[in-house]
Design a protein around this ligand. Structure first.
Ligand SMILES: [Zn+2]
Length: 555
């Protein structure tokens, strides 16, 4: 006999217009049977009343439409970010507020590795670094060689698009003044080392020179079951029940790890891995067939079918492709990670295969190039309800949003940038005018573009309520408000972390709201996001989650 559990809550926020609020929800076979009052739930027959959420607020399980499972495994390496950050075990690592502090931490870790008997050949890998907070001073080998002259050091930037290495690593990677790969930065004329590599490597082609040498030990280390499990713990603490892994090679090992971890009922997350269809993966036809074959193995908690493409780099790394007038501080235009013509050809292949393509575009030139290309592909090969989505789309303006609406494109905007880099965009990268419409959420909605917002974890920490707070308040660490007119209301922001991303993942019929027939996915809160001060949205405590009817208390 199937059992029915009825949960009573202080309040249930359904995200359904027909019945926005309720007090009881009935769950059977992992799905929502009824929502409303006790009478409505009881009408389905015998039930067990569960009172554990009687003083809590339930909302749909939160959906993170752009993050990476690495958020769970980055902590094997040294964190060197500007902001304090909590690891999957709950420990808070203090932010590093100067270049010297970063170098000191690296020196300390290198010394600890020496003491632990890890020879000088073992690489020291760090992440989360962001020189833009240090007033534009660039890191070079001159900094990193102070941490160690013998041990190879790799420090990945927070944006994931850049890294710095020391002289020992340059030597191993055989990067010299003669290297012609785009993205290998050299000391400028007039510097004592003019023409020599600075150790800064921009975008995948340049970074690969290093990554190929550290392979399994480094940032390309294969995903592990332990990493997926720590991601799931972190997600539970943030109320997230469905998340993407938005760049995944989906090789044999990746698939085995995903399938093993997500077959375990104790792992509290549903994952949609997106096939990496850029940089070295230009066999688009084979890629499309690979993804379609994997889709036959989909389960509730593991869904293949997304394809990730990438056009440009990162705004704060000055590697995004911008239209006129370019960077506010005069930095040259950024890097095409994939040539627009190649993008159009590959996009068409995945589109014709019936797959859902999510495209990374940061700068407005890249967004425009994507919209141009997709417009031509859709003219050649119309496909209703394709749900192709631009990811980040940080500099998309109202005219581009109107074109997106006309093409049926969705937007998943990077609202966390407003806080993490808002001041830098105002002062250095974009200048005041364009900083005011960074991640223009209200313009997207006004144009009729389906909207989601995201963290891009581990670029910024996973936490949709924080992301919603960014989109609602648009405040920066220096107290600026970046474009009041682009603020979302709290209900709009809650939509953009539930039904909004569910739509971009083609899952809005299963998740994203609390309604009869949908998966019993809930985010369990200690307070009501609709009644707290909007500035307190990020501080609401998450008790845990319910995923397909199973209850998980955050640890
Ligand atoms: Zn990403």
């Amino acid at each position: 006999m199937t059992t029915t559990t009825v949960y009573r809550a202080r309040k249930i926020i359904t995200l359904e217009a027909g019945q926005p609020e309720a007090t009881h929800v009935a769950v059977r076979e992992g799905r929502i049977l009824a929502v409303g009052d006790l009478e409505r739930c009881a009408a389905w027959g015998p039930y067990e009343l569960d009172e554990r959420f009687a003083d809590k607020v339930l909302m749909p399980g939160l959906v993170e439409g752009h993050c990476h499972l690495k958020e769970g495994s980055m902590w094997e390496w040294t964190y060197t970010g500007w902001f304090d950050r909590r690891d999957p075990d709950g420990q808070v690592w203090p932010g590093l507020r100067s270049m010297d502090a970063v170098v000191a931490r690296l020196a300390e870790v290198s010394a600890r590795m020496d003491a632990a008997g890890q020879g000088a050949g073992a690489p020291l890998i760090a992440w989360g670094f962001d020189p833009i907070y240090f007033g534009g001073e660039r890191m070079t080998v001159e900094h990193l060689d102070r941490a160690s002259t013998t041990r190879p050091i790799i420090i990945a930037h927070a944006n994931g698009h850049l890294m710095n290495v020391n002289t020992a690593m340059l030597r191993i990677a055989e990067i010299t003044r003669d290297n012609e790969v785009e993205g290998v930065v050299k000391f400028a004329a007039g510097h004592a080392r003019a023409g020599e590599p600075t150790g800064e490597l921009q975008e995948p082609a340049a970074m690969f020179l290093v990554l190929r040498k550290i392979g399994n030990a480094g940032l390309l280390a294969p995903m592990t079951e332990a990493g997926v499990r720590s991601f799931a713990r972190l997600a539970c603490r943030q109320g997230v029940t469905t998340a993407t892994d938005l760049v995944n090679k989906l090789g044999e090992d990746d698939v085995r790890v995903l399938e093993a971890a997500l077959a375990d009922d104790a792992v509290s997350i549903r994952i949609l891995p997106a096939f990496q269809a850029f940089h070295g993966t230009h066999a688009a036809q084979a890629g499309a067939e690979h993804v379609k074959a994997l889709m036959a193995r989909n389960t509730d908690r593991l869904r293949y079918g997304l394809v990730k493409m990438m056009l440009d780099g990162s705004i704060q790394g000055f590697s995004a492709r911008l239209r006129w007038p370019g960077h506010f501080n005069g930095a040259p235009n950024g890097i095409w990670v994939m040539a627009p013509a190649q993008y159009e050809a590959d996009f068409e292949t995945y589109h014709r295969a019936g797959l859902l393509v999510h495209t990374h575009t940061n700068g407005d030139e890249a967004s425009e190039a994507a919209i141009d290309a997709i417009g031509r592909v859709l003219a050649r090969a119309p496909r209703p309800d394709h749900r192709h989505t631009l990811q980040h789309g940080q500099m998309i303006d109202a005219p581009l949003f109107r074109r997106m609406a006309a093409l049926g494109l969705a937007a998943n905007l990077f609202a966390n940038h407003l806080w993490y880099w808002g001041d830098q965009h105002y002062e250095m990268t974009m200048g005041p005018d364009r900083a005011m419409r960074l991640d223009a959420c209200a313009s997207a909605l006004a144009a009729g573009v389906p909207l989601a917002i995201h963290s891009d974890a581990p670029v910024t920490p996973l936490g949709p309520l924080f992301t919603a707070w960014c989109a609602v308040n648009r405040v920066t660490p220096k107290g600026r408000v970046l474009g009041e007119a682009e603020r979302l209301t709290v209900p709009q922001a809650l939509h953009a972390i539930t039904l909004g991303p569910a739509y971009t993942l083609r899952l809005d019929h299963e998740i994203g709201s609390i309604a009869c027939g949908k998966r019993a996915d809930f985010c369990v809160l200690e307070d009501d996001p609709l009644t707290v001060d909007p500035m307190a949205l990020k501080d609401i405590r998450v008790w845990g989650t319910v995923l397909s009817g199973r209850v998980f208390e955050a640890k």
